[in-house]
Design a protein around this ligand. Structure first.
Ligand code: C6P
Length: 404
């Protein structure tokens, strides 16, 4: 992988902050966007802007064609069986809320159970809590061990005839753990329980084949995979999407409306009420092109090397604690230095030009599990370099004595 070539596609990286070269290590929060994605957005507004599926004019037809073409790109990217199994949303959060709301109305009743894991992002906890509250159902939680590995034996023990769905993350945004989702799906399906995968942190780091995984729902955001903010995907298995009710009512999701009764549009439109973020969807298509051109396996290998290198360097610093030591991890490293507050570490790193995230990372139950207020999190993407890791390490060595 030619890093110089990749970096040249991300002009935002080529700047200084506080007089220091920017070292952007907050990629799990959002990745930067290549010029091609930014150009897709501006070209859309410069040459194509119009509402889709509605207008009888040239621009509307072109925009509709490109929007539907992007749906087919996403289908191919995750190897879905049908393009109508791809629903565009605002992001992972909306995708999970959609499933939690619509699936629970159809399939979850009083005293039923929903299984999630203890390492979920709040986006894969709260929507299920809301659904359980509404339906009178209960949440069950798969624990994980000190290294951040899910306890699959406990998982097996949690499933029973009341379990209606299992919802787990592909990759933990805090621990970096890559969960054995194919195995989780196999275990759940042996009890005829469908599975939702939160793919927010998986999609940009591993090849995802939803048919091979055999999952029932896979949710992700454009902005964590070099695409625009404000767009995401909910992949759902056709048979389930046919059975669950719409999430929101409005334009485009209907077939016929009278005051007595409304009938709904076919898939995927039944789940796409109102005007979507057309330009952002097209930008997501360009982000997929970027990933395909770079090669997701190349990206994964490069990030793995950076993560291994950074981990070994960090471990040599006195007082260093790394949270998340699963055998299979993506490019996320959460750490604490002695008793230093993560916010203080993040602020000092920021002044040296290094962007990391600090806090609970929207995973408070993980913090409770370890009895800590938060962590400092460095996360890598395709454009990060070994030199940037060195900059991080020497910055930490410089600030650590100030904070002990
Ligand atoms: N995690 C992070 O810094 P949205 O905000 O809808 O694009 O994604 C929500 C979400 C869901 N699941 C996981 C595993 C995630 O990591 C995220 C977003 C960001 O870790 C922002 S909190």
């Amino acid at each position: 992988m030619n890093i110089d070539n990749i970096r040249s596609q991300f002009p935002i990286l080529d700047q200084t902050v506080y007089g220091k070269p920017l070292v952007y290590l907050d990629n799990a929060a959002t990745t930067q966007k290549p010029t091609s994605v930014i150009e897709t957005l501006s070209n859309y507004y410069l040459t194509l802007n119009s509402n889709i599926h509605r207008g009888a004019h040239y621009l509307a037809a072109q925009a509709t064609e490109q929007y539907e073409q992007t749906r087919r790109s996403v289908q191919k990217f995750i190897n879905a069986r049908h393009s109508h199994e791809i629903v565009f949303t605002r992001g992972t959060t909306e995708s999970i809320n959609l499933v939690a709301s619509s699936f629970s109305q159809r399939f979850i009743g009083k005293d039923d159970e929903v299984v999630i894991s203890a390492m979920e992002h709040h986006s894969n906890i709260v929507p299920w809590q809301l659904a359980c509250e509404r339906q009178g159902a209960h949440l069950r939680v798969i624990p994980f061990n000190d290294n951040g590995v899910l306890d699959l034996e406990a998982f097996e023990g949690l499933m029973n005839e009341k379990t209606r769905i299992v919802a787990v993350t592909n990759v933990s945004n805090t621990l970096g753990t890559v969960n054995p989702i194919a195995e989780i799906v196999r275990m759940a399906h042996s009890h005829n329980i469908p599975v939702l995968i939160d793919g927010a942190q998986g999609i940009a780091h591993r090849r995802i084949d939803v048919q091979q995984l055999d999952c029932d729902f896979y949710c992700f955001s454009g902005h964590k995979m070099y695409g625009p903010m404000g767009v995401g995907v909910m992949y759902g298995r056709e048979e389930l999407l046919e059975q669950i009710p719409p999430y929101q009512g409005g334009g485009e999701m209907i077939k016929d409306v009278t005051f007595e009764r409304t009938t709904y549009n076919e898939l995927p439109f039944k789940f796409e009420a109102g005007t979507p973020a057309v330009g952002d969807v097209l930008g997501l298509g360009t982000a997929i092109d970027f990933i395909n051109q770079t090669g997701i396996e190349n990206i994964a290998r490069h990030e793995h090397e950076l993560t291994e290198y950074a981990t070994s360097q960090l471990m040599q610093i006195g007082g260093m604690r790394i949270f998340g030591n699963a055998p299979e991890k993506t490019s996320v490293i959460s750490f604490l230095i002695g008793d230093a507050h993560p916010y203080d570490v993040g602020t000092l790193l920021d002044k040296l030009g290094i962007a990391v995230r600090t806090g609970h990372h929207c995973t408070q139950p993980i913090m409770d599990r370890y009895g800590i207020p938060g962590t400092v999190r460095a996360s890598f993407a395709a454009y990060n370099t070994r030199e940037e890791v060195d900059t991080l390490i020497s910055a930490i060595k410089r600030i650590a004595p100030m904070l002990q």
